[in-house]
Write a protein that binds this ligand. Structure first.
Ligand code: GLA
Length: 661
């Protein structure tokens, strides 16, 4: 049993960030205390990268410095999210255990000098990680300052070394049972790849030409299980000494080396990091995309934004400033969608080291800065939202997201490089976000009956079980949109024969795809309804479905491009190309209409984000964020928690949290 939920322990929603006091000295710590009070910080993540200080040599610990910081934070009213430092082993560790260093697919063994340079499958690493997690838990497990455990930091590192090869073989034996089954699953009859002993089987290391797709997919599954096992080991070592909730920070939305649905089931609270890739409205949409995924991974339970940046986003190869006001807007965007607070990386901007130029709550310029002033205002705003703790968000539309489908679109030899899984997910979410609709993500095997509308983008891999599930969903009254290149392969990446997608889904959609026809880069095709497609087209036959738009080019002229099939008491829609934004937005708007799903707060102008949080006792709060270019008059003035007064108009860039009656 874990102790009370985070907001109960903090007396409100969480606000704070990664705190690395080991980079500083006494006068700065004193200033930190004062500034944390000013910014209403109540939670600090400590120890994420402190392994070298905590265990200066194997088995010898030095906790004195951490004791002092934890006591200081506690005395200052700041609770602690204590991390295990296992994402960054110290140099002594890698020198003592060179076999635990990361090996790349091409065989290059990396060296220390950065972070995340370890192999999860190396026995020495796993032992050391368990040991330090247990030592920390033993020492701090019941400290009154301790509110949360933060295992590791973003489990992102893959390794292809010999330890990994050995562990992969064990996993493969258990999955496939025999080499014959493995050979069959991986299609090794082609290219003379047949294995005659387990020792011949390797991780998907660098090869001269396409790597075997089945091997690549199984490697992802194996690695995901390995990460989850490593997380559980640390969590269980902690639980032996502590009743506080345990999490690890996921790296959403665009990174997936783990089956996040499976990992999320192991977390006491889902926590996640978010760094948008572009500024402005796109960043706000990315916040929503991230937050909706984090909430959905936890089955709708409140979750925690573990990291965001104050002033920077990564845009390709440069760091761009966020716009003034974005710190508050992004923070509220996450809280609106179920986060129990907002934390940042990091509290004070480093003056040296690898992330000197990464933003922080206290920038190099110090507290007399726009950034710190915005941080303090945001802390004040979050402090006013305590009554929301524990409330949840409800959505009537789901976008399907399966880890296998993601990995399946990462293997070699696909028909088009423009089959981009995360981009497809993001696009579906964006069209719904633009329509003012709150979105859940769901696994393709989930019970979907509570959603009037489900969108399935890029489910290239669709297991028999998922295909049956989707068929049942439509038969039972759901409206389902399936997008191009879906249901092409089964869960072994074997092509579906006789036409795509998988048979049960074909029945629900009333179509059969005969041929895929990727388009040339930059080629556009116009459909009969005037919309335009890029990247992909398909020769498909309506087998019961009605054709809503046809192709108007080349050999596909006159053949169906968009279809709808009434099946059971529901509808199965199929879209066989990548529509441009306008066309896709119009299609999604039509589907929302058909499914009877309206905007969360109808009547608002474009780019005014509205999300509602609901408490179990019926109380409701509406978050409004004006990303548009005009002020918005509210139809009925309401009490705004942020100002403590009645609000009649939302200015450009403004935010409100209205108590609904
Ligand atoms: C990740 C890490 C942090 C920091 C940020 C920088 O999210 O967890 O330690 O490196 O990236 O964006």
């Amino acid at each position: 049993m874990t102790s009370p939920r985070l907001p109960d322990r903090l007396g409100g929603l969480a606000f704070g960030g990664d705190y690395n006091p080991e980079q500083w000295d006494e006068p700065v710590w004193k200033e930190d205390d004062a500034l944390m009070r000013r910014a209403r910080v109540n939670l600090a993540t400590v120890g994420v990268f402190s392994w070298a200080l905590l265990e200066p040599e194997e088995g010898r610990y030095d906790f004195a410095w951490l004791d002092a910081h934890i006591e200081r934070l506690h005395a200052n009213g700041v609770a602690v999210d204590l991390a295990t430092p296992t994402a960054s082993p110290p140099p002594w560790f890698t020198l003592a255990h060179p076999d635990a260093l990361t090996v790349r697919p091409d065989g290059t063994r990396l060296v220390h000098g950065s972070r995340d340079t370890y192999c999860l499958t190396a026995p020495a690493y796993r032992t050391a990680a368990r040991r330090i997690a247990a030592a920390l838990a033993e020492r701090y497990g019941d400290h009154p300052a301790l509110a949360l455990w933060h295992v590791h930091n973003e489990y992102v590192t893959l390794c292809y070394c010999d330890h990994t090869a050995a562990a992969f073989r064990v996993w493969l034996r258990s999955r496939h049972g025999s080499l014959d089954t493995l050979n069959e699953a991986w299609g090794t009859a082609f290219w003379s790849q047949g294995y005659t002993s387990w020792e011949q089987v390797l991780p998907p290391r660098a090869t001269n030409w396409h790597r075997n797709p089945g091997q690549a997919l199984d490697f992802h599954r194996f690695w995901s299980d390995e990460v989850i096992a490593a997380y559980r080991e640390q969590r269980d070592a902690i639980r032996a000494h502590s009743d506080r909730p345990v999490t690890t920070n996921l790296m959403l939305p665009a990174y997936q080396n783990i089956d996040l649905w499976a990992l999320a089931r192991e977390l006491d609270v889902v926590s996640s990091d978010q760094y948008p890739g572009s500024p402005g409205v796109d960043a706000a949409a990315d916040v929503a995309f991230h937050a909706d995924r984090a909430r959905s991974l936890g089955g709708g339970r409140p979750w925690l934004l573990m990291e965001q940046g104050t002033s920077t986003v990564y845009d390709g190869d440069r760091i761009l400033a966020k716009d003034p006001g974005d710190i508050l807007r992004h923070t509220l965007g996450h809280i609106a969608r179920g986060s129990e607070g907002a934390l940042f990386f990091q509290w004070r901007q480093s003056r040296a080291g690898a992330e000197t130029w990464h933003s922080a709550m206290v920038p190099h310029a110090g507290p007399d800065s726009r950034i710190f002033r915005e941080v303090a205002q945001t802390g004040e705003a979050v402090a006013r939202l305590g009554e929301l703790a524990g409330s949840t968000v409800s959505a009537r539309v789901a976008v399907l997201h399966g880890p296998d489908a993601w990995w399946a679109l990462g293997v070699d030899g696909l028909p088009s490089a423009e089959l981009d899984y995360p981009a497809a997910l993001e696009r579906a979410h964006r069209a719904l976000w633009d329509s003012g609709v709150t979105v859940d993500f769901a696994h393709p095997d989930d019970e979907l009956g509570r959603y009037p509308l489900v969108i399935a983008p890029a489910l290239f891999l669709l297991s028999d079980r998922s295909a049956d599930n989707l068929r049942r969903y439509v038969a039972g009254g759901g409206t389902l949109l399936v997008q191009h290149a879906s249901g092409y392969v089964d869960d072994r990446l074997h092509a579906r024969l006789g036409g795509y997608p998988a048979a049960p889904l074909r029945e629900a959609l009333g179509i059969r795809v005969e041929e895929y026809r990727p388009l040339r880069r930059d080629e556009r095709i116009t459909l009969s309804d005037g919309t335009q497609g890029t990247a992909w087209s398909e020769s498909l036959h309506a087998e019961g479905a009605e054709t809503l738009a046809t192709y108007t080019h080349g050999m596909l002229t006159g053949s169906p491009a968009v279809t709808r099939h009434r099946f059971g008491t529901g509808q199965g829609w199929y879209l066989s190309t990548l529509l441009d934004d306008t066309g896709y937005g119009a299609l999604v708007a039509r589907l929302l209409d058909e499914a009877g799903v309206g905007a969360e707060a109808p009547g608002l102008p474009p780019h005014v984000e509205a999300v509602t949080r609901h408490a179990a006792d019926g109380r409701r709060w509406r978050f409004l964020i004006n990303h548009g270019t005009e002020p918005v008059a509210l139809s009925e003035p309401a009490h705004d928690l942020l100002t403590g007064g009645s609000l009649a108009e939302l200015p450009v860039g403004g935010c409100a949290v209205l108590r609904l009656t």
